[in-house]
Ligand binder design. Structure first.
Ligand SMILES: Cc1cc2nc3c(=O)[nH]c(=O)nc-3n(C[C@H](O)[C@H](O)[C@H](O)COP(=O)(O)OP(=O)(O)OC[C@H]3O[C@@H](n4cnc5c(N)ncnc54)[C@H](O)[C@@H]3O)c2cc1C
Length: 431
């Protein structure tokens, strides 16, 4: 039996629930003939659509989205973004490569922030910086290398001890940290909704319109949906972890679920436990660690856990997130979560995306791993150039690399379980 071609989730997206309700664009209800069809209205898909329209204002462009904008992974993430790749590398050798990547990312990030400004998208974009924090000795060793990279490259940074971190986040959990002013924090559902609603009128967006089948017929692609068939000259797959469900890139990317929870409003007399800074974000030193954020005046967010191809049973995911929250803020044990949700992301073995042409007039970009807000925008924008005929086929691979091979099933699932349990053990208190 073939597997479903699009994601569905057990819980709705907390970020979306915090916003006023929005009326989605209607589902496709008729057959359609277009120049460009884009599958997926996340950061990648919307960047492709907008850029194609800039390049070819007369082109007929349609974006097909399985769920409603605000319920996909582009809304379900933690809202950390930025274009500066350099401070994230822990090695001096990686710094030169990171510098080239930063240059590539910066142009698209500026393009994104210009759109936000021009359309007045209220997504709480704040350059709050981020704290990289370690709770273990191994984590501290790795972060001390980040400090060396920052020093060698003249990047402003602040080294933090346990008390310094506690002042910022209201918890003494972490032993060592470094603050870097390279990160923006934002409300991801507000941003993706704003981007969708600000699309030029000539771009048709159909929500609740999953593409169930993709077939080549003569010199066109046919995209089958419940309400009609789209016939397109060119197609972009911007459905990230679900690209393999159309039979492509099965050995290049895997779908990984990760999870987030946001507390109820924390009572006034306990607000010291939210830290002194009005907005802060904390990234773990270990890649399987826990991400934390303060949201607004009165809430905390915890993002953690991974599962392969399948969403974890919601009560179990919630219990594990709860454990991570209470270990950090035992004084807030009685504060319940208001929202808990999971989301998907495409994982690639070497962390590089897959980007380019898959087949005749068929293109794809996916595998942003955990940083799709800026990277998805950049990759989507450049994919539009390639589809239009003005981009360079190796442009992304030359700078970002390309997704390496992953083992086929069942070895992949077995490998995922072995590596994730080993790494989780290694992550220890970072989880
Ligand atoms: C909990 C969590 C925290 C994260 N934290 C961060 C973070 O802080 N910063 C960051 O940059 N990234 C983060 N990420 C990763 C980020 O969300 C992704 O990299 C990003 O969403 C990728 O954007 P995209 O447009 O490529 O894919 P997606 O956002 O997944 O968009 C693809 C869209 O395609 C749609 N789709 C799928 N199949 C079909 C189909 N058959 N037909 C039609 N539509 C289809 C989906 O519904 C989806 O809306 C996080 C992810 C999660 C889950």
């Amino acid at each position: 039996m073939s597997r479903q071609t699009f994601p569905t989730y057990s819980s709705s997206c907390g970020w979306n629930a915090m916003l006023p309700s929005r009326t989605p664009r209607p589902a496709l209800g008729t057959d359609l003939s277009v120049d460009y069809a884009i599958v997926g209205a996340g950061f990648t898909g919307l960047a492709i659509a907008r850029r194609l329209q800039e390049l070819e204002p007369q082109a007929r462009i349609v974006v097909l989205e399985a769920t409603t904008v605000g319920e996909g992974s582009s809304a379900r993430n933690s809202g950390f973004t930025g274009s500066d790749v350099l401070p994230r590398t822990a090695t001096l050798e990686g710094a030169q490569k990171a510098r080239r990547q930063t240059e590539l990312m910066t142009a698209s990030f500026t393009w994104l922030t210009d759109i936000i400004r021009e359309h007045g998208i209220a997504c709480d974009l704040t350059k709050a910086g981020s704290i990289r924090a370690a709770a273990t000795e191994a984590g501290e060793t790795s972060l001390r290398q980040v400090v060396e990279v920052a020093k060698a490259n003249g990047i402003a940074h602040t080294v933090l001890d346990r008390d310094n971190i506690a002042q910022r986040i209201g918890s003494h959990y972490y032993r060592f940290g470094v603050y870097l002013n390279d990160t923006y924090l934002l409300q991801p559902a507000a941003l993706i909704r704003g981007l969708a609603d600000a699309l030029p009128d000539s771009i048709a967006l159909h929500e609740t319109t999953p593409v169930r089948k993709l077939v080549r017929s003569g010199d066109r692609w046919k995209l089958q949906t419940d309400g009609g068939v789209v016939t397109a000259k060119r197609v972009a797959l911007a459905n990230n972890g679900f690209i393999p469900r159309f039979g492509y890139l099965k050995l290049r990317m895997a779908t990984i679920y990760t999870y987030a929870a946001v507390t109820k409003s924390i009572p006034e007399h306990l607000r010291d436990y939210l830290g002194k800074n009005p907005a802060w974000g904390l990234l773990p030193s270990h890649r399987l660690g826990t991400t934390l954020r303060r949201i607004g005046a009165d809430r905390l967010m915890v993002r953690s856990l991974y599962s392969h191809e399948m969403e974890e049973h919601p009560p179990e995911a919630e219990a594990k997130l709860r454990d991570r929250f209470e270990r950090r803020w035992s004084e807030l044990k009685h504060v319940d979560f208001e929202y808990v949700w999971g989301g998907t992301t495409a994982f690639t073995m070497n962390g590089a995306p897959w980007w380019g042409q898959l087949d005749k007039e068929l293109y794809a970009s996916g595998g942003c791993n955990g940083s799709g807000i800026a990277k998805g925008t950049m990759l989507g924008r450049h994919l539009a150039d390639l589809m239009h005929g003005t981009g360079r086929a190796n442009e992304i691979a030359d700078t970002m690399g390309t997704a390496s091979l992953i083992a086929p099933e069942p070895f992949r699932s077995i490998g995922f379980h072995i590596v994730s349990s080993l790494e989780s053990r290694r992550a220890g208190l970072e989880s």
